[in-house]
Design a protein around this ligand. Structure first.
Ligand code: GLN
Length: 548
């Protein structure tokens, strides 16, 4: 039978619960304990797929095509396991399911109530995870902050599970924040005390309290929290803000949380093996060479909107002993003549990530144009790929009005068009082409070289595609269809023939990168960027020595 760890948050949001859950997964896994992770999101949307990135940050897509919270990305990157839709639960899903059952008559005339009907539905979803791969430990992140009205049913379910599976099989971790008062130079524990009181009012006594702080946490502060919140002193663990999130498992392990969890849950005490992880973190700290990479997107004001893209760039750059110096460029800012030249002159690589809607599109086209003409390495992800095709059609083939029908339904050159099976789809939620699909690569292409194999699977999230009627003419302009769906009907990835490295993928490689195993396409992109940086240096040197 699986054991459960619930992670709640107190005092303020954004204290790093997601990283705590992911890190806890990693330290248990490092002991050979199998884990699965789950996020409970209190909002009423069925999933974040229909939400603006400004509301929610990136929408992370699982293998099986669920549109989920970006924390699932952290989970997968930290524990190196592909999760499924069962790992992402929202209040919207819970209510939808309860109401469907009610309409079917499943409740036999009963009055439907939050307790027990909604809480039973939640518990059912949490425990269902135990049937997927039979993990020894399930770690559940309760989204939101303790005290939120919306989060109550989730906390109530977390409380009840302790009775259902036995006290020894459940641990509650509460992540709080210690504010620092500058004038007196003190860290304050009162908000933590109050938030634990709020948890207790619901019937949950935390076993471990993680205190997020930006300052050293003295022993007396630990004593105070232990005393007031009724936890062992060794279970009051500081969570300092660190330069890389990948250090957090090491911090928690060092603080003894791994042993504490194992003892509490009655699991075998095994020595953790975090060697590979530790090496990776050491390399992060030793790396100081930077490489300037532009991300040209529509939602750049909110960095979380491109979280997995940034992580992918970091992982790939680390592989080459580099740190990406990311230049965030709002696509709209490139729309004026000369703007792309001015803003992109000093970057060594350009990424145009995914997106929806027309705003910023012309700026992205300008970025693709700059990359193509100036031979700057380019990686287009989903929309960024479509942009690369539109740019080539307009400026190489001279079809000035070439566009995607997403942006201009009446274009006479719809080089990107709605996929046939998307026609007539009215519902917006969960109806895109989602999740993992296979793709066959063409030997000898840059993309096949990057992967080093002929057949891949990658995750998708799109409605539009390269229009097959334009395949030949686009190919005559220099596009190489490097990868197609197995039946040949969909272009999945393409590259420009006469260019050092200009690649676009209809899929999202950023969802499957790992810190110790960077994604092949990002690796090849950074390698190309690095090469161009070195050649640029050579060129500058020769310019200098020739006195030009
Ligand atoms: N809007 C485009 C489409 O639906 C691209 C989607 C994306 O970038 N995820 O095809």
């Amino acid at each position: 039978m699986a054991k459960y760890i619930f992670v709640t948050g107190g005092v303020v949001s954004s204290v790093g619960k997601g990283i705590v859950v992911a890190s806890t997964g990693r330290i248990l896994k490092s002991r050979g304990i199998s884990v699965s992770l789950q996020k409970l999101d209190p909002y009423l949307n069925v999933d974040p797929g229909t939400m603006s990135p400004y509301q929610h940050g990136e929408v992370f897509v699982t293998e099986d095509g669920a549109e989920t919270d970006l924390d699932l990305g952290h989970y997968e990157r930290f524990i190196d396991i592909n999760l499924t839709r069962a790992s992402s639960i929202t209040t919207g899903q819970i209510y939808r399911s309860v109401l469907n059952k009610e309409r079917r008559g499943d409740f036999l005339g009963g009055t439907i109530q939050v307790v027990p009907h909604v809480t039973n539905e939640i518990k059912g979803r949490i425990m269902a995870l135990a049937r997927e791969g039979d993990p020894e430990v399930i770690i559940v992140e309760v989204g939101g902050t303790v005290g939120d009205i919306e989060g109550q049913p989730f906390l109530e379910a977390a409380r009840q599970i302790r009775n259902d599976v036995g006290r020894d099989n459940v641990v509650y971790i509460h992540v709080t924040y210690l504010p620092y008062i500058q004038a007196t130079g003190e860290l304050k524990t009162k908000p933590t005390q109050h938030s634990v009181q709020e948890l207790r009012r619901i019937g949950i006594q935390p076993d471990i309290i993680l205190c997020r702080t930006e300052h050293e946490m003295a022993e007396d502060i630990k004593d105070k929290i232990a005393l007031h919140c009724d936890v062992e002193k060794r279970a009051v663990i500081p969570l300092p803000t660190v330069p890389t999130v990948y250090q957090v498992p090491l911090i928690l392990e060092e603080a003894g949380m791994g042993d504490l969890l194992v003892d509490r849950l009655g699991l075998a005490r095994r020595r953790p093996d975090l060697t590979e992880w530790q090496d990776m973190v050491t390399r992060i700290y030793q790396t100081d060479q930077t490489i300037p990479i532009a991300i040209v997107g529509k939602y750049v004001q909110l960095k979380d909107a491109y979280l997995s893209v940034v992580e992918s760039l970091r992982h790939a750059a680390l592989h080459y002993g580099q740190v990406p110096d990311i230049q965030w460029i709002a696509a709209e800012d490139l729309e004026q003549p000369g703007a792309a030249e001015a803003r992109l002159r000093n970057v060594k690589g350009i990424v145009v990530p995914g997106g929806f809607g027309y705003r910023g599109l012309e700026g992205m086209v300008a970025a693709a144009n700059y990359a193509r003409v100036n031979e700057v390495p380019y990686l287009g992800l989903c929309l960024g790929f479509q942009v690369m095709v539109i740019e080539l059609a307009r400026h190489v083939l001279g079809t000035q009005d070439a566009n995607s029908t997403e942006f201009d339904e009446n274009t006479s050159n719809p080089v990107i068009d709605l996929m046939p099976d998307q026609r007539g789809v009215q519902e917006r939620g969960g109806t895109m082409r989602l999740g993992s699909y296979p793709c066959h690569l063409v030997p000898g292409t840059k993309v096949a070289d990057a992967y080093g194999c002929a057949s891949i699977t990658e995750r998708h999230r799109h409605r539009f595609e390269v229009n097959n009627d334009y395949r030949d003419i686009l190919a005559s302009g220099g596009l190489v269809w490097s990868g197609l769906s197995p039946d040949g009907s969909l272009v999945e990835v393409a590259e420009l023939a006469q260019h050092p490295w200009m690649v676009g993928s209809q899929f999202h490689p950023e969802f499957t990168t790992r810190p110790t195993r960077p994604h092949p396409l990002f690796r090849a992109f950074i390698a190309a960027a690095e090469r161009s940086a070195r050649e640029g240096d050579q060129f500058a040197l020769s310019e200098l020595s020739s006195g030009r």
